[in-house]
Design a protein around this ligand. Structure first.
Ligand SMILES: Cc1ncc(COP(=O)(O)O)c(C=O)c1O
Ligand SMILES: N[C@@H](CCCC[NH3+])C(=O)O
Length: 451
């Protein structure tokens, strides 16, 4: 895997750190030449904690959680916001989500175990996954989770059987594939017809399955769920999904006499990864989805369900930045300039996987203009190992601390130990205090499971 050819027409944008708009975490500021977040000097923090280092602006994180909750409470009082913890999961973010009144979407047994360990109220947990193992289902039902989202008829039958063995009745949703083509990278689209997720609507399969699921013992079918994809800018896709889902619920009510009381429209709201991106706001997302649900319910004569959404990226992406130290500079005339940092695809696979873009700055030169175009490559044995391809940055020198913005979602949660690289520590910063909430992995951690 190689990098795409360098775009030689790309010009430096001469912006300084504070001119990068929507990619900046809430409390980012520049004092002297240094980048500060949460009142903490990122250059000093990098030197104290070592790099690569994930840093989260706790105020940004909390403010997005409360904006989501407030916006939905205002637009649609009978609503809930689940944090999709696959975007970024450790005990501390789960504790914060609990404090901020969020519900929690976990994918599988590992995330559920973290939620349990963090003391998250189980009745506020929804469990996802397209192939939860019987063991994971057993763990979820035993833990008393609020909802298991059944992804298929086979899985609904499994939940029914395990709940019966435990003497429980499990509340479930059915995840429906609404056939909506969200405008995003094809790898992160999930609601279109050709998807491994959910009950397909092709040949009316999902509709027929509702009857089968209703007949299964030990299950209480309380809602329908859909998720059309991730990093979505165009809000009309959510309106389309809501319409499909409410039509579906109306047909179920007419044909089977079951009126479900909950509707979960999934996550997917996009964020700014580069300064010129203009994603929709949390408030617009809440307004559009709420209006859409109310309108379609009125048109189709169904009662308004409790409305849930489960954002991940739009809660955590912008709160997170990654700090690196520059180790090698390599200029290939007419090709590109490489700046090698002490991390890479092991802490951020998104660039290699989706050709994602990020805005970098040199944290110790943050007030200076970004006058060069560089590729920030990693330290891994892979040609496509880059964090940032062809983006502006200040003139780099060896030992500089680079900050890459917008890395709070799907970087740590998709991190690996490729080349034996220990995963970075995670530090939360707030009001001039820095707390390590996940320590850096050690070499001993890496071999801890070897016998
Ligand atoms: C079922 C489900 N819910 C919620 C999310 C969170 O999505 P996002 O991070 O795009 O908000 C995802 C991931 O795309 C998902 O698969
Ligand atoms: N992991 C992906 C998105 C998948 C979302 C989960 N269904 C990303 O980094 O963008």
């Amino acid at each position: 895997m190689a990098l795409p050819a360098s775009d030689r027409s790309k010009q430096p944008d001469n912006r300084t750190a504070m001119e990068l708009g929507a990619v900046l975490p809430l409390t980012a500021e520049v004092r002297g030449d240094h980048l500060f977040v949460g009142g903490i000097d990122m250059v000093e923090l990098a030197r104290e904690q070592g790099t690569a280092l994930y840093v989260y602006d706790e105020a940004d994180l909390r403010s997005r959680m409360s904006r989501y909750r407030e916006a939905f409470a205002r637009e649609y009082p009978d609503s809930g916001v689940l944090y999709a913890s696959k975007a970024f999961m450790n005990k501390e973010v789960v504790r914060i989500a609990a404090e901020e009144g969020m519900e929690l979407d976990v994918s599988g047994g590992g995330e559920l175990a973290v939620a349990i360990a963090a003391g998250f109220p189980m009745e506020r947990v929804h469990v996802h996954g397209n192939n939860k193992t019987p063991q994971e289902l057993l763990e979820a039902i035993s833990a008393g989770v609020g909802i298991i989202v059944a992804d298929s008829r086979i899985e609904a039958a499994r939940i029914s059987q395990i709940a019966g063995e435990l003497g429980r009745t499990q509340r479930i949703y059915m995840r429906i594939t609404p056939g909506v083509e969200a405008d995003t990278h094809e790898y992160i689209r999930t609601g279109c017809e050709d998807s491994k997720f959910g009950f397909t609507m092709l040949d009316d399969f999902a509709f027929k399955c509702v009857k089968d699921v209703m007949a299964m013992p030990n299950l209480d079918l309380v809602g329908f769920h859909c998720h059309i994809g991730s990093q979505i800018f165009a809000l009309h896709s959510f309106d389309e999904a809501a319409e499909v889902m409410i039509r579906f619920a109306a047909r179920v009510k007419d044909a089977y006499g079951l009126e479900v009381s909950e509707l979960d429209l999934g996550g997917g709201l996009g964020v700014a990864y580069v300064a010129d991106d203009q994603p929709s706001t949390i408030e617009d997302f809440a307004r559009i989805t709420a209006e859409s649900v109310k309108r379609h319910c009125a048109e189709l004569g169904v009662s308004q369900p409790r409305l849930l959404v489960e954002p991940g990226r739009s809660l955590v992406a912008t709160a997170g930045i990654t700090l690196y130290t520059v180790g090698i500079l390599k200029t290939l005339p007419g090709i590109r300039k490489y700046v090698a940092v002490d991390g890479g695809m092991s802490d951020n696979i998104r660039t290699a996987l989706y050709h994602a873009s990020y805005e970098p700055v040199i944290a110790n030169k943050a007030s200076q203009p970004r006058t060069e175009i560089v590729t920030l490559c990693g330290k891994h044995c892979e040609s496509g190992d880059a964090v940032v391809v062809d983006m502006p940055i200040q003139t780099p020198d060896l030992g500089d601390i680079v900050a890459v913005f917008g890395t709070g979602a799907y970087c740590y949660s998709m991190a690996s130990n490729y080349n034996g690289q220990p995963r970075p520590a995670i530090v939360f910063v707030k009001d001039g205090e820095a707390r390590v909430v996940t320590r850096r992995e050690t070499y001993a951690d890496i071999m801890s499971r070897d016998l």
